[in-house]
Design a protein. Structure first.
Length: 554
C-alpha cells in the first residue's frame, strides 16, 4: 500500500486562491479527488483525517462522513472541480451544450428551457467564440483551450462556493493559458468563491495565488505567502523548483535540477550560473554561419482540404504552412515558437516528410527531400529524426523499451548482429540517464520524463545528424523539464547534433536556441538571434508571447 497523501493540513477561505504546487506524483490531484470524494473505491481510500466544508445552508459538515446521496447534492453545486485533461473529462458522445444542461437539471437549478438559456449565457461568460454553435458542437470539434473553457463553464454552472482547479492549463500554449487564468480570476471575483489551484508551474501559482503550499512525496514541504515563499524559499525542494525554471533574462550554462538541491555532491553548483557573455558565443555563431547550411527550406507550403464540392473536388483549404523559407546550419539549434494552431508541428512534419508538402523545397545537404521517391527517402531517413510531444503515444505499449530502441537499427540494417544492437541500446540508455535493467520494462512502467528519455535514446539509435524536437518538454513538470533540457544540450555537444526545437514556451526555446523563428497563422513573423529577439522584440505578436509567460520574476 502506498500513502499518496500523508498528514496534510490545509485551509481555504472564501474568496481566496490557494496554490498547491509540486511534481507529478506528489499527491496534489489525489488531495483534490479526496475532497470531491472521487477516489476509486477499489484502488484508494482515505484511512484517516477530516475534510470540513462550510455548507451555505446546513453549516459545517465533514465530507468524509456524508452519505453518498448527500455528497452528490454538494458535488457540482457547492463544490466544483476543473480536471486536467478536458478531452477525457467531457463525454465524447454528448454535445457540449447538453453536458452543461445536464448538470443544471441534475441539481434542479432551473427548468430545461431556462437551462438552455443559462448554458448559452455561461458559454458567453467564458468567452467562447460563437457560443450558440458551440452548444451543438461535439468535444472533438473544439481546440484544447475551447474544451477547457467548456469545462470551466460546467464547473461554474451552479455558482459553487469552492472551486478545485487541477492543472487546468497544462500543455496549453501560453496565450491560451493566459486567457484561461484571467477567466478564472474574473469568475472568482464575480462569484466570491474560494479556489484551490493545483499546478507544477510556479509561475502560474505566483500569478494567481496569495498563499501557496509545496508538496513532495505526499507531504507538505513548505507553505506561506507567495511573495515570501518564492522570493526567499527555505526548503531545499522549493529552492530547486524555483531554480529549475529557464530564465528569460540570463543564459545559464545548465539548469539546476531537484537532485542538485536535495543530494548535492561536493562542488555541485546548485544555482544556474550565466555562461560567460559575448565573445565565445558570438565567435561560434560567426564560424557557424560562415559555412553552408545543412538544411534549406524554400517557399514551403502545406495546405489541408477543409471543403469539397459534390464531385469531391477541393473548394477550400487551410494554409497550415504558407510560403516559409529559412536555413539551418550544422551544429545550430534553431527555435520555432508560436501558439497552438500556428503551423509549427505541420512545418516540422513536412520537413521530415511525415506529411507531404503542397509545394516548395526542403533541401537537406543538397538533396530535395520534398521530391524524393519512397525508396530514396528511406535511405536518407537515418540522418534526421524527430522527438514527438507525447512520449507515451510515441512508444509501442506492446514491446519493451529495449526492443523499441533496437527496432530502427533492425529496420535500417544498422548493426546486423543482434548482440551489437543490444550493446548499442545499452549504451544509449546510459547516455540518456537510464539503466540497463530498464530495457526489459514496458512504457507504462515509466514516468513521463523517463519515457521522453527513452524516445530521445530511440531517436539517437541511427546516429542522426539532425533532430526535430516537437514540443518535447511541454507537458513535463518544471523539474523534469530541466533534466530533459540539460540532456538535450549535453547530447548536442556529445553527438555533434543540429536541432530544430519547436515549442509554445519562449523561455524553453530561448534557453536552447542560437536563433529563433516566430510563427503565426502559417507564416513567419519575426526571426533573429535568440537573446536579441527576446530582449528587443520587433513585432507585437512576439511581445504578446513574452508577456504571456507567467511569473517572469521567478
Amino acid at each position: 500500500m502506498v500513502d499518496a497523501v500523508k498528514d496534510l493540513d490545509l485551509c481555504l477561505y472564501p474568496g481566496e486562491t490557494l496554490g498547491l504546487v509540486g511534481e507529478s506524483g506528489c499527491g496534489k490531484s489525489v488531495t483534490a479527488l479526496a475532497v470531491m470524494r472521487l477516489l476509486g473505491r477499489s484502488t484508494a481510500r482515505v484511512h484517516s483525517g477530516e475534510i470540513w466544508f462550510r455548507h451555505p445552508v446546513s453549516g459545517p459538515v465533514d465530507l468524509l462522513t456524508l452519505p453518498l446521496k448527500q455528497m452528490q447534492s454538494i458535488r457540482g453545486k457547492h463544490l466544483s472541480m476543473i480536471f486536467q485533461e478536458p478531452m477525457t473529462s467531457l463525454n465524447p458522445v454528448k454535445r457540449c451544450g447538453d453536458q452543461l444542461v445536464e448538470s443544471l437539471l441534475w441539481h434542479k437549478h432551473c427548468g430545461r428551457r431556462e437551462a438552455r438559456h443559462r448554458a448559452l449565457s455561461l458559454f458567453e461568460e467564458v468567452n467562447l467564440p460563437s457560443p450558440s454553435s458551440l452548444l451543438r458542437a461535439w468535444p472533438h470539434e473544439l481546440s484544447g483551450g475551447q474544451k477547457q473553457r467548456v469545462m470551466i463553464a460546467m464547473a461554474m454552472a451552479c455558482r459553487p462556493s469552492v472551486l478545485l482547479a487541477d492543472e487546468p492549463t497544462t500543455a496549453l500554449d501560453l496565450r491560451v493559458q493566459q486567457g484561461i487564468l484571467e477567466l478564472i480570476v474574473r469568475l472568482q471575483r464575480e462569484y466570491g468563491m474560494g479556489v484551490l489551484f493545483i499546478s507544477h508551474d510556479l509561475g502560474v501559482i505566483a500569478q494567481l495565488a496569495r498563499r501557496a503550499m509545496v508538496m513532495r512525496e505526499g507531504r507538505l514541504v513548505e507553505s506561506g505567502e507567495v511573495n515570501e515563499l518564492f522570493d526567499r524559499p527555505t526548503a531545499p525542494y522549493t529552492r530547486a523548483l524555483v531554480a529549475c525554471r529557464p530564465p528569460l533574462d540570463a543564459r545559464p550554462a545548465r539548469l539546476a535540477t531537484v537532485e542538485d538541491f536535495m543530494t548535492p555532491s561536493p562542488g555541485t553548483v546548485v544555482k544556474p550560473v550565466p555562461a560567460s557573455s559575448g565573445p565565445s558565443r558570438s565567435e561560434r555563431h560567426q564560424r557557424m554561419y560562415a559555412g553552408k547550411p545543412i538544411l534549406e527550406v524554400k517557399g514551403l507550403r502545406t495546405h489541408y482540404v477543409v471543403r469539397r464540392n459534390l464531385w469531391g473536388r477541393p473548394t477550400a483549404f487551410h494554409k497550415a504552412v504558407n510560403n516559409i523559407s529559412f536555413s539551418v546550419y550544422p551544429g545550430e539549434t534553431l527555435g520555432l515558437v508560436g501558439e497552438s494552431g500556428c503551423g509549427k508541428t505541420t512545418l516540422g512534419r513536412s520537413i521530415m516528410r511525415l506529411i507531404n508538402p503542397t509545394g516548395g523545397q526542403v533541401v537537406y545537404k543538397g538533396v530535395n527531400i520534398a521530391s524524393l521517391s519512397a525508396s530514396g527517402l528511406r535511405k536518407l531517413r537515418p540522418r534526421f529524426q524527430i522527438i514527438f510531444q507525447d512520449p507515451y503515444a510515441s512508444l509501442n505499449p506492446g514491446i519493451s523499451v529495449g526492443d523499441a530502441i533496437m527496432e530502427p537499427m533492425r529496420v535500417h540494417g544498422i548493426f546486423r548482429d543482434k548482440t551489437e544492437r543490444k550493446k548499442r541500446m545499452r549504451l544509449l540508455l546510459e547516455q540518456v540517464g537510464m539503466e540497463e535493467r530498464h530495457a526489459r520494462r514496458y512504457p507504462h512502467e515509466f514516468s513521463g520524463g523517463q519515457r521522453q528519455r527513452i524516445c530521445i535514446a530511440r531517436a539517437l539509435a541511427l546516429n542522426p545528424e539532425f533532430i526535430i524536437c516537437d514540443e518535447s518538454v511541454s507537458a513535463l513538470d518544471v523539474s523534469v523539464q530541466a533534466q530533459v533540457l540539460n540532456l538535450l544540450s549535453d547530447l548536442k555537444d556529445s553527438f555533434g547534433l543540429t536541432y530544430i526545437v519547436i515549442s509554445h514556451d519562449l523561455s524553453v526555446v530561448k534557453y536552447l536556441s542560437d536563433r529563433i523563428l516566430v510563427m503565426k497563422n502559417g507564416q513567419l513573423v519575426e526571426s533573429g538571434e535568440a537573446d536579441s529577439l527576446v530582449a528587443h522584440p520587433q513585432k507585437d505578436y512576439t511581445r504578446e508571447l513574452i508577456r504571456a509567460i507567467p511569473g517572469n520574476r521567478i
